[in-house]
Design a protein around this ligand. Structure first.
Ligand code: ASP
Length: 310
């Protein structure tokens, strides 16, 4: 593959997403939403902007869309609230910011960026993160803004049990609706961003892989930028994003080899379902998943694609 001047990939979650179970209108809505988010990122990169701005622009669009389990449309916790996680990382400085278990914040990814740039810390959680958000002038919304009938129904099916489910899980169907973006800009810098509502009926205080730097999110100009989606507990235990970076840095693997090894070999052997999006230092892209589908899209100059199924 030629070295592209810039490249970007986005995801809107992975899982049992099959053509036969997807009504045409829903497929069109997802495709349209992914395309708009991708475009937001592309515009930044095409005009010479930073990878960090591109991934944040794409993720904000996905957070604002109730189709995805992040921001508006976040899943319900066991106590009927929304506790959101998000992280962002830049590959040039290795600066990172993350928030965990935040409620009411309209765009958790912007709060994660604020944490990175102005808090002096890497991760803030719960009420402390919310207090920092208010102090920073972040936009808050009422619970009604985050309410989605479909996700409320998912939750009422399991709220009286200890079962916690992945987004969209109905019967045997398993989907993860987390969103993310990775990009390489024309200056050669990488960035990654991930945002999620987590898992339906998750325990109070449960934190997934998305805000954990090195697990669900990682960026390093020397290797790659990664954003994951899937059963977070497995992604944390496998330190997925940093593992891929290490396979490139210390093992000399290509992005493609490192991603395939971690997603189809290591994770699968543990029973960890999901996928990720990745870009390497030269702008090569890789979007592997071990589930049946993953909402995804990628773009480079004069090339773009949005897809859902395997
Ligand atoms: N990885 C997320 C979590 O475990 C869920 C998802 O990807 O949808 O919180």
């Amino acid at each position: 593959m030629d070295t592209p001047t810039w490249s970007i990939a986005i995801h809107g979650g992975a899982g049992t997403i099959t053509r036969s179970s997807m009504p045409a209108h829903k497929e069109a809505a997802y495709t349209e939403a992914l395309s708009r988010a991708l475009q937001a990122g592309e515009e930044v990169l095409r005009s010479g902007g930073q990878a960090l701005d591109a991934v944040c622009a794409a993720v904000v669009m996905l957070e604002d869309d109730p189709l995805f389990n992040a921001g508006r449309g976040a899943v319900f916790t066991h106590t009927g609230s929304h506790e959101m996680d998000a992280a962002v990382m830049r590959g040039d400085t290795l600066d990172a910011g993350a928030v965990a278990g935040v409620t009411g914040v309209r765009n958790p990814i912007l709060l994660a960026r604020e944490v990175m740039e102005y808090s002096g810390h890497v991760m803030l959680s719960g009420q402390g993160a919310e207090a920092f958000a208010r102090q920073s002038g972040m936009v808050f919304e009422d619970p009604a803004y985050f309410h989605d009938d479909f996700r409320h129904r998912q939750w009422t099916e399991v709220r009286d049990s200890d079962i916690y489910r992945l987004d969209h899980a109905e019967g045997d169907e398993r989907k993860f609706g987390t969103v993310g973006a990775v990009a390489r800009d024309v200056h050669g810098h990488l960035a990654a961003a991930t945002s999620t509502g987590g898992m339906t009926n998750k325990r109070w205080g449960r934190i997934g892989d998305s805000p954990v730097i090195g697990a669900g999110t990682y960026a390093n100009d020397r290797t790659c930028a990664i954003s994951c989606t899937g059963h977070g507990e497995f992604f944390i235990r496998s330190v997925v994003a940093y593992d891929i970076s290490c396979l490139i840095e210390y093992g000399g693997l290509s992005l493609e080899e490192a991603c395939q090894h971690v997603v189809t070999d290591k994770l699968m052997n543990m029973g960890g379902e999901g996928g990720l999006i990745a870009v390497d230092a030269l702008g090569h892209l890789c979007l592997p998943f071990n589930s049946e589908g993953m909402y995804r899209g990628w773009a480079r100059p004069a090339q773009r694609e949005v897809s859902i199924y395997r």
